[in-house]
Design a protein around this ligand. Structure first.
Ligand code: DX5
Ligand code: ZN
Length: 224
């Protein structure tokens, strides 16, 4: 796929003692959004961060804040996340009991709505709601931690989604999250992803945060 690639810097890779400064460096590097991974210790093993940190990120940047909810009963947290400054909310299809309703709730709050699929979840799980969404997130790791290895089985799913978009005339962003680095970024974009989430590659790579964003973008557009 050709066209614009957007980069969402995941603060899960940041040094939390210097959060504002590091978000600023990602912004100066040209990141298109800040991705915040909310985990509850139930849907995924880890507990990470929540609205208080979304608020802190909101104070430190004007970029869109893309909140990835890896939590059970996401409907209970939507309002609080939007009030904290979230621009878009992603819920997992595996966690939302009434997915259609949750999507409507997100939209009613004035945020963009996205649905995420775990690596073992087929794309067909979002088919009934795909026309309602701003974005589908194809997970390329099992959610729960930064720094995991990219699972290539995400690629055919991204291709299939891109095919749906073309044949059904959908207007939808295709986001990929997990194990994105200079080499997997190109594979994901070639398959049809246009929004790349990266934590380790941006916040823990060599050469500094600010330089890592354009490097990742350039790598993403390289031919595979
Ligand atoms: C994983 C999170 C990801 C994570 C990505 O559960 O949803 O957003 O921060 O980390 P990296 O880029 O290091 O794989
Ligand atoms: Zn994420």
């Amino acid at each position: 796929m050709t066209g614009v690639v957007r980069i969402a810097a995941s603060v899960l890779g940041a040094d939390f003692t210097r959060l504002g400064e590091q978000v600023g460096a990602a912004e100066r590097g040209g990141a298109d959004a800040i991705h915040v991974d909310v985990m509850d210790g139930r849907f995924v093993p880890e507990i990470t961060i929540g609205p208080v940190i979304i608020e802190a990120v909101r104070r430190s940047t004007a970029l869109p804040i893309d909140v990835h909810l890896m939590i059970v009963e996401p409907d209970r947290q939507l309002d609080r996340c939007v009030r904290s400054g979230a621009t878009s909310l992603t819920v997992h299809v595996e966690a939302a009991r009434h997915l259609h309703r949750v999507i409507q709730q997100i939209k009613d709050l004035g945020a963009k709505a996205a649905v995420a699929l775990n690596p073992a979840t087929p794309l067909v799980a979002v088919e009934p709601v795909v026309g309602e969404l701003d974005m589908v997130l194809v997970m390329s790791v099992n959610p729960g931690y930064a720094g995991q290895r990219f699972i290539p089985a995400a690629l055919p799913k991204i291709r299939q989604l891109r095919e749906w978009i073309a044949t059904r005339g959908l207007s939808l962003n295709v986001q990929v999250d997990g194990g994105i680095n200079d080499s997997t970024a190109a594979q994901a974009v070639a398959a049809g992803a246009n929004v790349l989430v990266a934590a380790s590659a941006i916040f823990q790579g060599t050469g500094g945060i600010e330089a890592s964003v354009p490097r990742l973008r350039q790598a993403a557009l390289a031919r595979t």
